[in-house]
Write a protein that binds this ligand. Structure first.
Ligand SMILES: Nc1nc2c(ncn2[C@@H]2O[C@H](COP(=O)(O)OP(=O)(O)O)[C@@H](O)[C@H]2O)c(=O)[nH]1
Ligand SMILES: [Mg+2]
Length: 452
């Protein structure tokens, strides 16, 4: 019986620039028929073109009427982004003209590309590993310089190389162990067990170092939820405004003015912060304000960073009962321009004044440290794993710890440790995309935009 021949890969087309009005728009084609489609649409221009040179061309409709003119670039497999034949057409950036050009390419035999399909093809053709493909998406989504730098490093393959090296090391250990299993009568060096354990231990250390960047990764991708809270009238909304650099929240001398939570994003030393201003925490009979306070409590539970604001000029209030969180908690003594009440003397806190715009340099450094982005903890290695990498690394770590404890006990069957090592191999391989689950690939690439 003959296996079914696999269907030919379709040629896909999409608008790669955002839809809308602009000077130029870029339409992309990729697939085995990319040149043929472009030829049909341009009156035979594409196939005669020198590679990677741009050439003026016209896109014509079925009747030969000019739809648009612009520049065409041809890339031949495997030397293109996707690894397939690719054609890019840069035309006029009008809504209708772009749509008409794309429609013409589809009429000439291309299929509309799904989200991330170009990058998915680049991955499937071995142009990128999965971490690099995710880096492409992170780079596009990056809102701050630091997020951009981490995405760039991932795009350049830093994480992929690190996890591949860890995998190779486990592969070596496994080969050793299997030799041991297969030839039990051979003379085994007395230090074999120790060597095997040493190999596993060093990979666990690599994994731990990568896992330690998970919080930074989440902050760079989603922003650090930074919740400003404290009693009414201490200057929480003023702090938000100072950090934002413009007046956004309603500031008033009436306690209880901020009843809802207000959220704004800023970049602080390149760290994306999602600042949340909250209703003042106090006991109240006002139902509306009470609802705001309840909301504040919920905000505190999900925060990455808590900025507790107090009035330096007033007596130190009794400590508030806070929900349990892992978030770092900074105490800020605002209104320090009014002088400090004796009850605050010796209390570890950042002194600032929103009215005089003072203390903010210290505050921004303290925030950077609290989120672990200072030079010592972040430096320029710029690796920041995402939740998918984190899950794979945790699985690998778990399996390696199990293997290690089996290897420590000379009476256990070494085959059991080999099973754990293979599990670790699979989990590490999955990070860079050694996997055959289409579901996962579909999941990852569907989060891209169309045309990428
Ligand atoms: N003297 C002084 N007044 C401040 C300072 N920060 C805020 N205020 C005033 O304190 C009052 C309450 O500020 P607001 O930001 O609305 O406090 P919130 O209720 O905690 O949000 C307003 O009248 C502000 O102008 C400060 O640093 N110094
Ligand atoms: Mg307020």
């Amino acid at each position: 019986m003959h296996p079914h021949p696999s269907p030919p890969t379709p040629t896909i087309a999409a608008l790669a620039t955002p839809p809308g009005v602009g000077a130029v728009s870029l339409v992309r084609l990729s697939g085995p028929a990319a040149l043929a489609v472009a030829d049909l649409a341009s009156g035979g221009r594409a196939s005669g073109m020198a590679l990677r040179s741009s050439q003026y061309c016209r896109i014509l409709d079925a009747a030969g009427e000019v739809l648009d003119d612009g520049l065409m670039v041809v890339f031949r497999a495997p030397n293109s982004y996707t690894g397939e034949d690719c054609v890019e057409f840069s035309g006029h950036g009008g809504m209708l003209v772009t749509r008409e050009v794309l429609a013409r390419l589809l009429a000439c035999g291309a299929l509309p590309a799904g989200p991330g399909e170009f990058t998915q093809r680049a991955f499937l053709n071995g142009k990128l590993d999965l971490t690099q493909a995710e880096g492409v998406m992170d780079l596009i989504a990056a809102q701050t310089r630091l997020a951009m730098r981490a995405a760039r490093s991932q795009l350049e393959g830093t994480l992929g190389r690190r996890t591949t090296a860890a995998r190779d090391s486990i592969l070596g250990t496994l080969a050793h162990l299997e030799a041991w299993i297969d030839f039990p009568d051979e003379d085994i060096q007395p230090d074999t067990g120790a060597n095997l354990r040493g190999g596993v231990t060093s990979v666990i250390a690599t994994i731990d170092a990568l896992l330690a960047t998970a919080d930074q990764g989440r902050v760079l991708r989603d922003g650090a939820r930074t919740v400003i809270f404290g009693p009414p009238n201490v200057g929480k909304s003023s702090l938000l405004n100072c950090l934002l650099g413009f007046e956004r929240a309603i500031v008033s001398e009436l306690p209880g003015t901020t009843r809802d939570t207000i959220e704004e994003c800023i970049s602080l030393h390149g760290i994306p912060l999602r600042l949340v201003d909250t209703a003042g925490l106090r006991h109240t009979a006002d139902r509306l304000e009470a609802a705001g306070i309840q909301r504040t409590e919920r905000q505190l539970e999900t925060a990455d960073l808590l900025l507790e604001v107090a009035d330096a000029s007033l007596p130190r209030p009794p400590a508030m009962a806070l929900p349990v969180t892992a978030a770092t908690h900074l105490l800020l003594l605002n209104k320090s321009d009014l002088g400090e009440h004796a009850s605050w003397h010796g209390v570890a806190a950042l002194r600032l004044s929103c009215a005089h715009d003072s203390g903010f340099a210290e505050l921004s450094l303290a925030i950077r440290d609290a989120l672990h982005f200072n030079e010592a903890e972040w430096g320029d290695h710029a690796i920041a794993i995402n939740t998918r990498h984190q899950a794979c690394l945790q699985t690998a770590r778990h399996a390696l710890l199990a293997a290690l404890s089996l290897l420590e006990n000379p009476s256990t069957d070494p085959e059991l440790a080999a099973i754990d090592l293979r599990d670790a191999l699979d989990a590490l391989g999955e990070i860079a995309g050694r996997l055959d689950t289409e579901d996962l690939l579909g999941e990852i690439f569907s989060r891209f935009c169309i045309g990428k």
